[in-house]
Design a protein around this ligand. Structure first.
Ligand code: CA
Ligand code: CA
Ligand code: CA
Ligand code: CA
Ligand code: CA
Length: 369
């Protein structure tokens, strides 16, 4: 072999090695049989097309009028938006750099109960709490913002309602892998909180979801996989990595992992869904142990809506939301939104669960009321 030829081979090897380092290192496309399209999309957040702005949704169910349920979406450049199920923006609050949002129902406050939204606010390094009104509008309900003690900026967030104690919690994390667990309680006519536990993973985390019925917390370590913890404050540090949730074990996972949500069925059955940003797809696991990996799907261009790329946050409900979403709804952030074929500000896509469930073999279960 000539020196020149050796140099060429070494250069090619370097380029290949480069392709296999960092994010998007593995990109196995999802089979087209597992492509779905969105049924609707929200108005873009009020930023330009180049801004990484929309981040994480939370679906609020209107139990007396399910088709008037709402999507609350964060704009990490400076606010919170509320949309109806057609994607129209109903309210926008320039409340700070809101990153992740989650909610729980029926928090007992004075002589009433309220539906409660928690948001990580990177402007104030805090968790902010809002009451959700019946039209979906939001009202600050914290006594003062819950000031995080994380060394890094507040980032991922989820809520947890303990089936064991009836207590409400917020988990909030920072990019260094540190997680705070806050217990929420009433003070005067408002809500305050205290840190009851700290957890730590080795590298960057963001997406989290709690499984209230099973008392579990799932945390996505972006460059690794999905970790499972006991969600109770006295649950300790014990953790378990979900099988086939890492690139190493699963060709359909491509870092980063981010948004996570649960599709709940009766008897504790259901599915755990996570965003696999590196190949613009979503991976699905059984909700119950041993959390078998069931497959992945992608959301591709449809007639009225573009497909999704680089999804950050997502939320999912199994409750029927009117005739458009009879088996539930998945809402995902779209990192590369297009409007009439032209790059636009980021937004959120709405996908029928029954359009996803039929793409799997065997077909996924749906919540049939
Ligand atoms: Ca969320
Ligand atoms: Ca994010
Ligand atoms: Ca991200
Ligand atoms: Ca898109
Ligand atoms: Ca679009």
């Amino acid at each position: 072999m000539t020196y020149h030829r050796l140099k060429l081979i070494l250069a090619a090897a370097t380029i290949l090695a480069g392709c296999h380092s960092g994010s998007n290192s593995k990109r196995t496309e999802i089979p087209s049989s597992n492509f779905v399209t969105a049924a609707a999309e929200t108005k873009p957040v009020p930023r330009d097309a180049a801004s990484d702005a929309a981040d994480d949704p939370a679906i609020w169910i209107n139990f007396s009028r399910p088709d008037s349920s709402r999507i609350i979406g964060t704009d990490k450049q400076g606010g919170l938006a509320v949309y109806d199920l057609s994607g129209h923006e109903l309210f926008y609050y320039p409340a700070g750099k809101m990153n992740n949002a989650d909610l729980r129902y029926h928090f007992a406050l004075s002589k009433d109960t309220i539906d409660l939204l928690a948001v990580s606010n990177r402007t104030d390094q805090s968790v902010d709490l809002y009451k959700i009104n019946t039209n979906g509008s939001l009202e600050v309900i914290h006594q003062q913002p819950l000031k995080s003690r994380l060394k890094e900026e507040v980032y991922g967030l989820c809520m947890y309602l303990s089936a064991k104690t009836g207590k409400y919690y917020v988990f909030v994390n920072g990019k260094d892998g540190a997680i705070e667990q806050w217990e929420l309680f009433q003070v005067a006519d408002q809500i305050s909180g205290r840190i009851v536990r700290n957890l730590k993973l080795d590298t960057q985390v963001e997406g989290m979801v709690a499984d209230d019925e099973h008392g579990l917390l799932y945390v996505g370590e972006e460059k690794n996989g999905i970790w499972k913890f006991n969600a109770e404050p006295e649950g300790g540090d014990a953790r378990e990595l979900l099988t086939r949730s890492t690139e190493k074990e699963n060709p359909y996972i491509a870092y980063d992992l981010e948004g996570m949500a649960i599709y709940k069925l009766q008897d504790g059955e259901g599915y755990l869904v996570t965003s696999s940003q590196g190949n613009d797809s979503y991976a699905l696991f059984e909700r119950k142990p041993p959390h078998q990996y069931l497959g992945s799907f992608s959301i591709t261009d449809g007639i009225a809506t573009d497909g999704t790329q680089d999804t950050d946050g997502l939320d999912l409900t199994s409750l029927p939301l009117g005739k458009d979403y009879p088996a539930g709804l998945l809402v995902v952030q779209d990192g590369k939104n297009k409007e009439a074929g032209v790059a636009a500000a980021q937004n959120f896509k709405l996908v029928r669960w029954d359009s996803i469930s039929v793409k799997f073999n065997p077909v996924l279960n749906t919540n049939k009321p």
